[in-house]
Design a protein. Structure first.
Length: 570
């Protein structure tokens, strides 16, 4: 047998080297696995620690508490993209009494100097309290944060958290509402669309309102002026696009500042425009005449009714007129001089059942339709007690209380061609189309009613509401306010509801004053023709150009419908 070649013979030292390499690779693999496991454990610990700090950490400059995990709330903007509500990152200052290590009285002295809302004794009591966490200031000013940080006291925690800011302060405040301490909507559109505004998926898509900031500012300014001039305790205003139902402006006074809503007077938080139900008086009369036209009991603006000094209602109540005719008068004259006696007779011809049905179609027997949660139900007599006298008094705006928004929607319905549509605070567009609506009045009734409303401003009780060239039509309303269950003879709610331009109606508006007082310029009168009407005219003169309505002295409603039936008094 031949001996093996030297190259094929396995040498012992080579076998040893191969075994050593395998052993070394196994050790390296084992160490890598251990290293990976240690890395994963450390990473997991870091994630858990970050989560803990997000929930409970209070180190300076960091968000603290559950707010650290709350996503930034979406913006609210007006119809032109102007920001009305935004979320900012603000400083919050808190006290943790158990962590205070410095001299407590010295700290109390420093806090009283920097935050004088409490004296030294008050701050010392807080420092010595058993509470674990006390908010000192939310949305703290940077100079205060710097001064508190300079104290070097571990018991004072500085943190950052999302905060809701309303950059226009009180503009459209009752529309916007405000958020609570947890960052969720507590009132207004903030509450109505809380889910949308809090959803991270929609955060980059602001909630676009129908409100126009310049128009809103004009309405608020004129109502503030009127409230001050007539020393009223409150006021409200609503402006609607009658064809889309969009609310272009809405305000309630006293004003609310949503940036400090928690510290506001409850009277300022109350939304008179949508929540307060008031008897709005003679502003109801156009509805009564329109109802009668629909059912056929009024066939002409020249139809005659006895309008003498007083009228006895079923049950013995006596009603009178502020501007008595003392003679038979036409439907046109009844509206022009706001005759209770004439309107009550027209309402009686309509009848209670048909009257209630018209009111129901316009939601005058329930809550107004709009996105806001603050909506007041109309106050009326129950159907079982709705007698002939009720029908007649409701006909001229008594025995029924509604919100200014109810009234604005009603005027939009009557003068847009007769179609009821709910009001909306969202801008109409591809994602929010115009509501289809339901018919309440015929187009013919709607058209003929224009001249009646214009007549009131041209020759009747609403003369002071005229804005030259803008063809204003409208109706005054003065109602005795119910105080302690009784009608007051000295305290009124005054309002003016109107539409412009009357030749081609586009906008409906209601202004209301709560308890206006007489002045020297009103010659001792406190009725709507002397306060609400001129306020309406001033608002129209300011906002009409913003809305694209041009003054035109050559255009007007078809006054041939009414002027032949108005007797010129000598």
């Amino acid at each position: 047998m031949n001996a093996p070649t030297p190259a094929l013979v396995a040498r012992p030292e080579r076998l040893r080297l191969v075994g050593q390499r395998r052993q070394l690779l196994a050790v390296i693999h084992q160490r890598l696995m251990v290293g990976m496991l240690v890395f994963m454990a450390v990473a997991g610990a870091i994630i858990l620690r970050l989560t803990w700090l997000g929930l409970f950490g209070t180190h300076a400059g960091a968000q603290s508490g559950p707010s650290a995990l709350i996503p930034a709330r979406g913006d609210i903007v007006d119809r032109n993209g102007q920001p009305l509500a935004r979320t900012i990152d603000s400083w919050t200052v808190a006290l943790q009494p158990a962590k205070v290590i410095g001299e407590k009285r010295a700290l109390a002295v420093s806090l009283a100097r920097l935050m004088p809302e409490k004296d030294v004794a008050g701050w010392l009591a807080e420092i010595n309290s058993k509470k674990s966490f006390i908010y000192l200031r939310r949305r703290a000013a940077p100079n205060l944060v710097t001064a508190l940080n300079a104290l070097g006291e571990p018991g004072i925690a500085l943190s950052r958290e999302p905060d809701r800011l309303y950059p226009q302060t009180d503009l459209a405040a009752h529309v916007l509402g405000y958020t609570n301490i947890d960052g969720h909507g507590a009132a207004g559109m903030e509450r109505a669309f809380d889910k949308y505004l809090s959803d991270p998926a929609t955060r980059g898509q602001p909630l676009t309102l129908s409100i126009s900031s310049p128009v809103q500012q004009a309405l608020e300014h004129e109502l503030l002026e009127a409230k001050a001039t007539f020393n009223a305790i409150g006021a409200a205003g609503v402006l609607l696009d009658i064809h889309t139902g969009e609310v272009l402006a809405m305000t309630s006074l006293p004003q609310l500042n949503p940036n400090v809503a928690g510290n506001m007077d409850p009277e300022a938080q109350f939304n008179r425009a949508t929540l307060g139900a008031f008897e709005l008086g003679s502003t109801f009369k156009p509805f009564t005449v329109a109802m009668a036209m629909e059912v056929g009991t009024v066939k002409s603006m020249g139809q005659i009714y006895p309008c003498y000094d007083k009228l006895s209602l079923p049950g013995g109540r006596i009603i009178t007129d502020t501007h008595p005719f003392g003679r038979p008068c036409s439907v046109a004259e009844i509206m022009m001089e706001s005759s209770n006696i004439g309107t009550a007779q027209i309402a009686a011809q309509v009848g209670g059942e048909r009257q209630r049905e018209f009111l129901r179609k316009m939601t005058f027997l329930g809550k107004p339709e709009i996105e806001l949660p603050e909506r007041g139900r109309a106050l009326t007599i129950p159907a079982a007690r709705w007698n002939p006298a009720t029908t007649m008094t409701v006909g001229f705006g008594h025995s029924i209380a509604v919100t200014p928004l109810h009234l604005a929607i009603g005027y939009a319905t009557l003068y847009n061609g007769g179609i009821y549509r709910p009001a909306t605070l969202l801008k109409v567009g591809p994602g929010h189309p115009v509501a289809r609506g339901t018919r309440v009045f015929s187009e013919e009734t709607s058209y003929k009613s224009r001249a009646l409303l214009r007549l009131v401003v041209m020759k009747g009780t609403g003369k002071k509401a005229d804005a030259i060239g803008y063809r204003v039509g409208g109706k005054t309303g003065t109602a005795e306010k119910v105080i302690n269950g009784r009608y007051s003879k000295t305290v009124n709610i005054t309002s003016f509801a109107g539409v412009f331009p009357m030749d081609e109606p586009r906008y409906a508006m209601v202004v209301m004053l709560d308890e206006p007082k007489a002045t020297a310029d009103t010659y001792g009168f406190r009725t709507a023709g002397w306060n609400a009407a001129p306020t309406f005219g001033k608002v129209v003169a300011r906002i009409a150009p913003m809305l694209g309505v041009r003054p035109d002295l050559k255009r007007d409603a078809n006054m041939s419908e009414v002027l032949p039936f108005v007797r010129e008094e000598k």
